[in-house]
Design a protein around this ligand. Structure first.
Ligand code: URA
Ligand code: SF4
Length: 186
């Protein structure tokens, strides 16, 4: 049942033309992982490798995300990995508010289906879109934020950390906090 609903959402994404991003993308990237995951990761949108393969976080940032997951004894298949927009913005530009708004219902439907215990936003776009435009990642990363009945733990985007190497330890520590958060709920 859950699988069927998930496939339905993915099919709707594949045939979507609700914003102009569908015109320039190669493949849509609906998201993947366990539909019973305890953690739901949300990035900004597909990059080049994701656009070519139809899979989220498979480029350099994805390899780093895999490494961070391994560090807390998890595999990609244990979690769900999605994005704010499902089609690649040209040249990886930040998605426009119009595109974010058009695509958001798919993400909301996926979250409702998976019912994760915690939603980890990666970087500024999902933080500002789903939690609050007033918050800054530098201040609230690694903290638990409850909003609209959901539990969030915002984190830096792995791509930003690859760029600013000094943040690597910070992101690893935040993953440890995520592990502790889940452990304390068991
Ligand atoms: N960056 C993102 O935000 N999402 C991806 O899927 C890959 C890189
Ligand atoms: Fe549809 Fe989202 Fe792709 Fe825009 S980005 S065309 S709303 S699936």
């Amino acid at each position: 049942m859950k699988n069927q609903l998930f496939n339905e959402i993915s099919n709707n994404i594949s045939s979507c033309n609700k914003c102009s991003l569908y015109k320039t993308r190669t493949l849509p990237v609906p998201g993947e992982g366990s539909i019973n995951a305890r953690i739901f990761f949300i990035g900004e949108g597909p990059g080049k490798q994701e656009d070519l393969t139809g899979r989220p976080f498979v480029g350099a940032a994805g390899k780093f995300l895999d490494e961070l997951l391994t560090g807390i004894d998890l595999k990609r298949e244990d979690v769900f990995i999605g994005n704010i927009v499902k089609c690649r913005p040209p040249n990886n530009r930040v998605p426009l508010p119009l595109e974010v708004d058009a695509c958001k219902p798919y993400l909301i439907a996926q979250i409702a289906l998976v019912q994760p215990e915690v939603i980890c936003t990666l970087g500024n776009t999902p933080l500002k879109t789903l939690i609050s435009s007033e918050l800054s990642i530098g201040k609230i990363h690694g903290t638990v934020i409850k909003k609209d009945g959901f539990t969030f733990m915002p984190m830096y985007h792995p791509a930003a950390v690859l760029y600013h190497g000094a943040l690597k330890g910070t992101l690893k520590e935040d993953f440890d906090k995520l592990k502790d958060f889940l452990k304390n709920r068991e």
